[in-house]
Design a protein around this ligand. Structure first.
Ligand SMILES: Nc1nc2c(c(=O)[nH]1)N=C([C@H](O)[C@H](O)COP(=O)(O)OP(=O)(O)OP(=O)(O)O)CN2
Ligand SMILES: [Zn+2]
Length: 149
């Protein structure tokens, strides 16, 4: 085993969080099919404009797990990047969320629901219990966090 010694932590296992950031651009309108026009206007205000508006969203995805002592990784970030392309960029980038993404046909395209959409999509391809947090920045000032609860 000469030269192959693990650069051993004293503890048997180490839990570490790994975060990768991606961004996408999308248009949307805040509008609920369960509310009438007046209620939509009152609740969502300018964000209910029928012609919509856009955001440059930023998404931080955090996984949490044990560091594999052989690879030194919780997850290969290259692999996480590919999962984020499939779960976030492909379905959402340069889309009208309400018109192009079937999920939002009857789900209001708030950042809360965007975070849930991303979480559910990522879960399809990640190992169980690996995904820790999805953080969506709709703007620099409007940020939501979802941890799968
Ligand atoms: N709980 C939520 N509230 C709101 C959401 C949301 O997703 N969840 N989204 C919006 C709108 O989409 C809207 O686009 C936010 O825009 P705005 O308030 O203009 O954004 P800023 O706060 O960054 O802009 P400032 O005008 O500089 O304050 C509304 N509510
Ligand atoms: Zn908006």
């Amino acid at each position: 085993m000469e030269g192959r010694e693990l650069q051993a932590p004293v503890k048997a296992s180490r839990m570490v969080m790994v975060t990768r950031v991606e961004s996408f651009s999308a248009a949307h309108q805040l509008h609920s099919n369960c509310l009438n026009a007046e209620e939509n206007k009152r609740i969502y205000g300018k964000c209910n404009n029928p012609n919509g508006h856009g955001h440059n969203y930023k998404v931080e995805v955090t996984v949490r797990g044990e560091v594999n002592p052989l690879t030194g990784m919780v997850i290969n970030i290259t692999e996480l990047k590919e999962h984020m392309q499939e779960a976030i960029i492909k379905p959402l980038d340069h889309k009208n969320l309400d018109k192009d993404v079937p999920y939002f046909t009857n789900v209001v395209s708030t950042s809360e629901n965007v975070a849930i959409f991303i979480w559910d999509n990522l879960q399809k391809n990640l190992s169980p219990n690996l995904l820790y947090e999805v953080k969506v920045y709709e703007t620099d000032k409007n940020i939501v966090v979802y941890r799968g609860e």
